[in-house]
Design a protein around this ligand. Structure first.
Ligand code: NAD
Length: 418
């Protein structure tokens, strides 16, 4: 990411650039540059040692013209208002490009969850929920997990909210445990979505599906499921990595065996996997493969390594893995980049399915979830791909154009009131 700009300034700049291309109404642009609502709460929590500590929490609701706000909550020492603002705006575009009936929001608490006990995390989560309860809800704003929050965090939020409301409210959060209304297939959703999008790209470029090779940066939730489905579909996963480094085998890796190795190895890493060569994360990104999936952290494909990228397709599992400078280089090189707001939207899409199931109390099988996810990913990919060809722009610009125009249309139809 451009270091001179903070994430919010960058999000606004992206929006302004797309607005210019689309000739977006100035008034609508002025509204969209700012979040609709920003909530800052100070949360006293009794720690295990009896001390009281006060944490700062945020919830930013960027836009709700197309439906209730939707977005995760992160617990991290670096959380700040501008970061949450940017993430909230990106959620508006992500839900819009997928045509989900939602707006965008994000939340966070500035804390160090690795230093906190389960009891402390539970008290912090319940206090935060209590503090923002008027502003969230099944038809208002629906949180989900993000960095260092999980199913358990969602269960605590749902319980606190339900107790305060005096009724069972499973629709208030998504990515809950299945036992209390979570959806089957949510765990696999993001990695599977990344692969559905990639498979459409393979088709669009007319590549032979039997000859697809895949390199994946990361081996967490998104990366593992992407690897697993790629392998199941007959693609050859030749490299994966984690913080300790990567592994490469041109004959292909078995994703489950790699996972087992990572779990059992003293380093808790994929490195030293039998039969594979250890490589660095930098080398992994430059491998000569059909498909590259960055599924770890942001800012890994930059102007420095973009000229050396050999992949034909990049499907962005992580949020923000490619810098704007790298984007230009890749586009000129003819690399098809499926942008994060489209490629990794499988998670929020199945969150939407979970919400629909919560509203109807009609629970779907995993096969139904996967089929509906596939339909949505295929449709969204092709809409973006067609527009990128029609306008002669990269896929990220096309995805933004679709998203912003959907939100702008909803705002115009609803009008400004009061
Ligand atoms: P995770 O914590 O399960 O996995 C992250 C993986 O990245 C781990 O294997 C870790 O070792 C690796 N990693 C971290 N730093 C690294 C580095 N510097 N170099 C190489 N590898 C590194 O997280 P996840 O849920 O798989 O999420 C991965 C990315 O996908 C994040 O950017 C996240 O925001 C994004 N994302 C996740 C979801 C989801 O549903 N989980 C949805 C949308 C986007």
């Amino acid at each position: 990411m451009t270091s001179a700009l903070n994430p919010y300034e960058m999000a606004v700049k992206q929006l302004e650039e797309v607005a210019k291309l689309m000739d977006l109404d100035r008034g609508i642009l002025e509204i969209l540059k700012r979040p609709k609502r920003e909530i800052i709460v100070h949360l006293p929590v009794k720690m295990d040692n009896g001390e009281i500590r006060v944490f700062t929490g945020y919830r930013v609701q960027h836009n709700d013209a197309r439906g209730p706000c939707k977005g995760g909550i992160r617990y991290h020492p670096d959380v700040n208002l501008d970061e949450v603002r940017a993430l909230a705006m990106w959620m508006t575009w992500k839900t819009a490009v997928m045509d989900l009936p939602y707006g965008g929001a994000k939340g966070g608490i500035r804390c160090d969850p690795k230093e906190m006990s389960q009891g402390e995390l539970e008290r912090l989560t319940r206090r935060y929920t209590y503090a923002i309860r008027e502003f969230i809800g099944t038809y208002i704003d629906i949180p989900a997990p993000d960095v260092y929050t999980n199913e358990q965090t969602m269960a605590w939020i749902m319980d606190t909210y339900s107790v305060l409301e005096g009724r069972f409210e499973p629709g208030v959060v998504t990515a809950k445990p299945v036992a209390i209304g979570g959806s089957l297939g949510r765990t696999e959703a993001t990695g599977l979505g990344v692969m559905y999008a990639a498979r459409e790209a393979v088709k669009a470029l007319g590549l032979n599906p039997k000859e697809v090779t895949v390199a994946i940066q990361g081996y967490g939730n998104v990366a593992y499921w992407a690897a697993k489905f790629a392998h199941e579909w007959g693609y050859k996963v030749v490299a994966v990595s984690d913080t300790k480094g990567g592994i490469y085998n041109p004959d292909g890796l078995d994703p489950d065996k790699v996972l087992e190795h990572k779990r059992k190895s003293p380093k808790r890493s994929v490195v030293d996997f039998p039969g594979a060569k250890n490589i660095s994360n930098e080398e992994l990104l430059e491998l000569d493969v059909t498909l590259l999936i960055p599924a770890a952290i942001e800012g890994v494909i930059t102007e420095k390594n973009a000229p050396n990228i050999n992949a034909k397709i990049i499907s962005e599992g992580a949020n923000g893995p490619t810098t704007p400078e790298a984007d230009k280089i890749l586009y000129e090189k003819g690399v098809l980049v499926i942008p994060d707001i489209l490629a990794n939207a499988g998670g929020v899409t199945v969150s939407y399915f979970e919400w629909v199931q919560a509203l109807t109390r009609d629970y779907w099988t995993k096969e139904q979830v996967f089929r509906r996810l596939e339909e949505r990913m295929v449709r969204a990919f092709n809409e973006v791909y067609r527009l990128s060809k029609e306008k002669g722009v990269d896929m990220r610009t096309a995805a933004y154009m679709i998203a912003v125009s959907r939100v702008a249309e909803a705002m115009k139809l609803r009008g400004i009131w009061p």
